[in-house]
Design a protein around this ligand. Structure first.
Ligand code: PDD
Length: 286
């Protein structure tokens, strides 16, 4: 089935949606994005993704392309038009098309480009990997210094994903100054006893929407939460480890740089956290 995508006010077959070669997103990676999951035809944590989009836009001095209510309507229309039960909606806003290439930003009234498309993933919440866990390697974090802004500059995370593939593992954890920052496209955590440890929010990591919900549910479920840096060595000696993102939800990590985490099998706390997250988010989905 040909997807119907959204481009600047129009719903179009994917083959007919065209963006200018002068678009700032294409030439400068001058754009921000969001990925929102759909479960049972409903949007997971839409308000969180909308709020972070607003923050990314304002940090870059970019105008919002439309209101949050309009964004919600577009998301819902794409879910309907593409008959999505489970999957993701990708949204991207760029600084638009100034009609030429220039390092300076175009005039503030340049129309932003707004693109959305769906990714159909039947059974997204039942990913088999959640039962076996991911293996990860560590790689140097060589991204820019404003990782809290969700920009489309994803070349280094793509390179890290290829390093992981070459090492026959599932993903990579970035390390800077000896400390884990986050995964290629997820936030990273370790578990010791009843305590969940994850890096505190700063410019060094993306402020994950899934992270915020998981830490809230963990505290409600009487798990302790400690926001601090940790090393790969500490992670290898932890009882459990995991990552979170809008598409992987809560995903166990069972091996880091070839060393088993805990028993090397999926533990108890992480699957419980995944269950709580999916249950609560499904209840609140819109
Ligand atoms: N990635 N850290 C990075 C670097 C990310 O790219 C992501 C999300 C996260 C988790 O954020 P959230 O919980 O809000 O999804 C953390 C998305 C899913 C992606 O690029 O596809």
């Amino acid at each position: 089935m040909t997807r119907t995508v959204y481009l600047n006010g129009d719903y179009l077959p994917e083959t007919e949606a065209k963006v200018s070669i002068f678009d700032r997103g294409f030439l400068m990676s001058d754009g921000v994005y969001e990925v929102t999951s759909v479960l049972g035809g409903k949007l997971i944590d839409f308000a969180g993704h909308c709020a972070r989009l607003g923050r990314s836009l304002s940090e870059l001095g970019m105008a919002a392309p439309c209101s949050d209510a309009e964004l919600l309507a577009i998301h819902r229309e794409l879910v309907t038009l593409n008959d999505i039960t489970d999957g993701m909606i990708y949204l991207q806003v760029t600084r638009g098309n100034p009609g030429d290439r220039d390092f300076a930003y175009p005039p503030a009234d340049t129309k932003p480009t707004l693109v959305l498309f769906t990714q159909n993933k039947p059974g997204l919440a039942d990913a088999p990997a959640a039962k076996t866990g991911w293996k990860v390697i560590s790689v140097a974090d060589e991204r820019w210094g404003r990782r809290d802004i969700k920009t489309t500059q994803l070349l280094y995370p793509s390179m890290a994903k290829m390093m992981a593939k070459a090492a026959h593992v599932d993903d990579a954890w970035f390390v800077e100054d000896g400390m884990v920052t986050e995964g290629t496209s997820n936030n990273a955590y370790i578990v010791k006893g009843n305590r969940i440890i994850t890096r505190a929010l700063s410019h060094d990591i993306l402020h994950g929407i899934t992270r915020a919900a998981v830490l809230r549910f963990a505290a409600e479920a009487q798990m302790e939460v400690e926001e601090r840096n940790f090393t790969i060595a500490e992670a290898q000696q932890a009882d459990e480890a995991f990552v979170t993102s809008a598409s992987a939800f809560v995903m166990p990590v069972v091996e880091i740089d070839g060393a088993a985490v805990g028993t090397g099998a999926v533990g108890h706390l992480v699957p419980r956290l995944r269950e709580i997250y999916l249950e609560e988010m499904a209840k609140a989905a819109i």
